[in-house]
Ligand binder design. Structure first.
Ligand SMILES: Nc1ncnc2c1ncn2[C@@H]1O[C@H](COP(=O)(O)OP(=O)(O)O)[C@@H](O)[C@H]1O
Ligand SMILES: [Mg+2]
Length: 363
């Protein structure tokens, strides 16, 4: 990566004795769409507020390009923030709300401000509402005003804190598409906080998964889906088929674990000692599904179980399979592929995979 537009260098934030963010290292490239994702309370908003200049790190450094930003106040930064709650001024009109941010920056005169504000209202499809009061708008329209207000500043980095979570599902998906489009058109760097996996996976170039104030993994959506770095990530994204057991062998060729279902190989390496607990993830899209009575394909590892449920989302079917030890796994297939098998609940099936398509979860 060339010089990142923003760098978090061992950034920490504590409130008295409690630590909200432990020690985050993150480099954000110009133009990226980065999502910070994790459960409520994991430190996402705290991190974003520090990037915005609304909170100061307790330790570490935040840099924009090469400039240390720790002591630069929010209004001197080029990193406005959009909130879930919109944070609009109720006593100002839609147009005045957008003009307000520009006025603070003193970048242009009143005529220029008005033109710029109208341009952005138009771009967000709400130019017709310029004269309305905020209380005359729907939630979706309010969020557009908040976005227009931030984008009218033409910032280098836009910070968004769960901006869509107050919207209903239908609107959320529409705004998601629109945000992704705006990001593509504008070349502005987006740092987007969400606890919703589908949002992060649909829009972000890279996702930072956080838990309890620590970064668990940074990677592309595909990296994270295919190779979760920790058990927390694997479970959080729910994409996981985790097999755990006792580590029986560990060498250059991979590892072998054993549990009540049998012995299973993974091509990955692990720092875990033989005899300890170990686990790996099998990519759900790499698992072959056949009837248990069909001949097994040589070279693959497999478990058998019974079909518990089928879930249809578009052309993809997720089949949940109960295993004899009480655990369950799932596979995802195209509908036509599953249609051929003609499965019903309770049918015996085999799930088989290549050890190359597994990822060892580190210690
Ligand atoms: N101003 C504050 N004073 C004390 N604790 C705070 C403050 N702000 C946040 N926290 C704590 O820091 C942790 C992270 O909070 P936050 O960053 O808001 O999480 P998230 O946005 O991921 O839900 C939480 O435990 C929260 O209670
Ligand atoms: Mg938050």
């Amino acid at each position: 990566m060339s010089v990142p537009i923003m760098t978090l260098d061992k950034v920490r934030k504590s409130y008295g004795d409690s630590v909200a963010v432990h020690s985050i290292d993150l480099e954000i490239a110009k133009g990226e769409f980065i999502a910070l994702m994790g459960p409520s309370g994991c430190g996402k908003t705290t991190t974003l507020r520090m990037l915005a200049g609304l909170d100061k790190p307790s330790a570490g450094e935040i840099r924009m390009w090469s400039r240390v930003m720790n002591d630069v106040p929010a209004w001197e930064r080029d990193t406005p923030m959009v909130w879930q709650s919109y944070a609009l001024f109720p006593f100002l009109s839609v147009l005045e709300n957008v003009e307000f941010g520009l006025k603070q920056r003193r970048t242009t005169d009143a005529v220029g401000r008005r033109a710029k504000a109208m341009e952005w209202l138009d771009r967000l499809g709400i130019a017709g509402m310029a004269g309305r009061g905020i209380d005359q708008l729907s939630g979706g329209q309010r969020q557009r005003v908040a976005l227009a207000r931030a984008l009218a500043l033409e910032p280098e980095v836009l910070l968004l804190d769960e901006p869509l979570s107050a919207l209903d599902a239908h609107l959320r998906v529409r705004m998601q598409t629109e945000l992704a489009r705006l990001h593509g058109e504008l070349g502005i760097t987006f740092v987007y906080v969400t606890h919703t996996q589908s949002e992060a996976f649909a829009m972000a170039n890279r996702i930072v998964i956080m838990s309890e104030g620590r970064v668990q993994q940074i990677g592309t959506p595909q990296d994270i889906y295919r190779a979760p770095a920790t058990r927390f990530v694997a479970e959080f994204i729910g994409a996981s088929n985790i097999l755990s057991g006792t580590l029986k062998e560990s060498g250059a060729g991979g590892i072998v674990i054993e549990n009540a279902l049998g012995r299973f190989r993974s091509a990955g390496a692990t720092g875990i000692a033989v005899g300890q607990d170990a686990a790996f993830v099998i990519a759900a899209d790499k698992i072959a599904l056949t009837r248990a009575a069909d001949p097994a394909e040589p070279g693959l590892d497999a478990v058998t179980g019974t079909v518990a449920a089928e879930e249809f989302i578009g052309a993809v079917v997720t089949i949940h399979v109960d295993l004899p030890d009480g655990r369950s796994m799932f596979v995802q297939k195209q509908q036509n592929e599953v249609g051929r098998l003609g499965l019903a609940r309770g049918d015996e099936v085999r799930l088989a995979w290549h050890p190359q398509d597994t990822f060892v979860i580190p210690g």
